[in-house]
Design a protein around this ligand. Structure first.
Ligand SMILES: NC(=O)c1ccc[n+]([C@@H]2O[C@H](COP(=O)([O-])OP(=O)(O)OC[C@H]3O[C@@H](n4cnc5c(N)ncnc54)[C@H](OP(=O)(O)O)[C@@H]3O)[C@@H](O)[C@H]2O)c1
Length: 325
């Protein structure tokens, strides 16, 4: 099969389209013919020295090629003997750590994979897993957003932010979206009640919010704190850096915010999204009911994954970048 293979850590231009063995699958696993994937900042981590080494270690140090890509949507090709939930031909989507930038992907049947509704395209389904699950868990589980609350999404037009705006609206919040001028219209279409162009206005200088969902990571705790209500919460989903080396900076920022918040009545929550079947189904239902719509910025063919990385690396994607396989 064809796959985007990483044989050494580095910039996206180390990635090559190669012919490699189709993955094997366990008795409780599925082989999925991938139709679409999408790119996420976490995929940059896999290109870093630490991420690449981690993939090698989890592969048992065999010199197996490392295939990147987390989100997938496609059709089940084969299933293991013990699988009852899926059968060949079923349309599915989900996420797993690595392997999705390829024609075939093996997934454990009890992992983060669910049946895809016929009303979703493969591109729409592939846009959901990492970004929309992160947005859902930020808004619902960590922000505990309720009807009528004032919520600000800092970084509202990217993958996570564009879903966070829509999910917070679906939960009945009054949503302020912070984005660049070229994305103000997109954020308005997603349902934001108030828009802040960050090139003209610093959202931390005025206002009062019960919940801040931050994916841009460009303010200090003292700045977030002054626009939180006395019992407000800042949910830190990410940072601004989109490079192979960016993860370290993001982690430093997140830990700094969390440490600084420890003695405050206002809280900061850090989290790493957990991909799971239940949340994929919640998101699919919101999409089918018309409450969320994935914003798809660009689609790239599999052989152009390095270009997709370069575009995401600019840090200003509008919604999701899809990889068509
Ligand atoms: N915690 C987790 O489990 C988890 C999961 C997924 C992602 N993340 C993290 O979340 C972050 C965002 O991921 P993503 O997929 O949404 O990335 P993305 O699609 O590239 O979006 C990033 C957004 O940040 C906005 N931005 C850049 N500078 C900004 C600024 N100064 N003020 C406000 N917004 C700004 C950009 O909007 P403009 O174009 O309008 O500037 C862009 O749309 C990353 O750091 C990622 O690592 C964390």
């Amino acid at each position: 099969m064809k796959a985007i293979v990483c044989r050494k850590p580095g910039r996206p231009d180390v990635l090559e389209l190669e012919g490699i063995d189709t993955p094997s699958f366990a008795e409780d696993g599925l082989l999925v013919k991938v139709r679409a994937s999408s790119i996420n900042p976490v995929d940059f981590f896999s290109l870093s020295r630490v991420g690449f080494t981690a993939s090698r270690v989890s592969g048992g140090f065999r010199r197996k090629p490392v295939v990147l890509g987390t989100d997938f949507a496609g059709r089940v090709e084969s299933v293991g003997n013990r699988v009852t939930e899926f059968k060949p031909g079923d349309e599915v989507f989900g996420g797993r750590s690595g392997g999705a930038f390829a024609e075939y992907l093996s997934v454990p049947a009890n992992g983060a994979v669910v049946h895809k509704s016929a009303s979703l395209s493969f591109n729409q389904a592939a846009a959901l897993p990492v970004a929309a699950v992160t947005a859902l868990q930020a808004v619902r589980d960590h922000g505990k957003v309720r009807e009528g609350q004032k919520v600000v999404i800092n970084g509202a037009s990217g993958g996570v932010g564009s879903f966070a705006v829509q999910i917070a609206k679906a939960f009945g919040a009054h949503v302020t979206a912070v984005c660049s001028p070229r994305n103000v219209e997109t954020a308005r279409r997603l349902g934001a009640d108030r828009l802040i162009d960050y090139t003209r206005e610093d959202f931390t200088l005025s206002g009062s919010y019960e919940v801040i969902v931050d994916v841009a990571g460009n303010h200090s705790w003292s700045e977030y704190k002054r626009v939180l209500t006395p019992t407000g919460i800042m949910v830190a989903a990410g940072g601004s850096a989109h490079t192979v080396w960016g993860t370290n900076r993001t982690i430093k920022h997140l830990i700094g915010v969390r440490m600084a918040s420890l003695r405050s009545t206002q809280k900061a929550a850090l989290f790493i999204a957990k991909l799971n079947k239940a949340d994929l189904l919640v998101l699919q239902r919101l999409l089918v009911e018309g409450k969320i719509t994935p914003v798809i910025d660009r689609c790239y063919e599999l052989n152009r994954v390095p270009d997709a990385f370069d575009y995401m690396g600019e840090g200003h994607a509008k919604g999701k970048i899809i990889i068509n396989v």
